[in-house]
Design a protein around this ligand. Structure first.
Ligand code: FNR
Length: 190
């Protein structure tokens, strides 16, 4: 059975992040043929155009990490009705230098956890707009806006509410099928 490598971004760099917990839950519930690695964003300096002529190691490592996976998964909080600056900074790094956008043709999915009732809906719309510009084929449905209440997801990623667990499992099954569809018509570039 073929196996897809998924690189996941956690949009929060906070300790005790509920989005990191959600990422752990998604990994645990995903179909077995998906393998995961985190694409870290915490050590990236703020992007500036001056770097484009001689991309620093941190930027190259980020781009290499994205090139090495079949698809990317964004698990992000909402900050002030948009995505956290740390995540946007990472996307900006990966999109450059001009002509080497790492997200082009790379299948993606977006999900997020919030303590608020809207469950990162605005952040996800904002992220989708960015990913559209970056030419990433995105899974449109199911949408997943997760409101986290205390105890919903344990530290080890175990989901304590059965309906939420079933939904997250279905989300990852859909993502697996989406990756396969995209890669069938858009084989990865050599
Ligand atoms: C938030 N939070 C938040 N929640 C939300 O639903 N919509 C929002 O616009 C915001 N804005 C916001 C801005 C800033 C600067 C912070 C620090 C927080 C609350 C947010 O959902 C909550 O802190 C989550 O726990 C953040 O996710 P992580 O870091 O725990 O993964």
């Amino acid at each position: 059975m073929s196996r897809f490598q998924v690189g996941y971004f956690v949009g929060s760099i906070s300790s005790g992040s509920i989005n990191r917990q959600l990422a752990q839950a998604l990994i645990a519930l995903a179909p077995e043929r998906l393998a995961f690695c985190e694409i870290p964003i915490v050590d990236l300096p703020l992007y500036r155009r001056d770097y484009d002529d001689d991309y620093p190691a941190a930027g190259r490592a980020l781009k290499d990490a994205i090139a090495a996976v079949d698809a990317v998964l964004f698990v992000t909080p909402e900050y002030n009705r948009s995505i956290p600056g740390a995540l946007k900074n990472a996307i900006d790094w990966a999109s450059r230098p001009r002509g080497t956008n790492s997200f082009a043709h790379k299948p993606s999915a977006v999900i997020g956890a919030s303590t608020g009732r809207l469950g990162t809906a605005f952040a996800q719309q904002s992220l989708r707009s960015v990913l559209s510009f970056c030419n990433s084929p995105q899974m449109n449905a199911p949408e997943a806006y997760i409101t986290v209440t205390p105890g919903l997801i344990e530290d080890d990623g175990r989901v304590t509410v059965e309906s939420t667990e079933a939904f997250l499992r279905m989300f990852m099954e859909e993502f697996d099928a989406f990756i396969e569809r995209v890669l069938t018509v858009l084989p990865p570039r050599a």
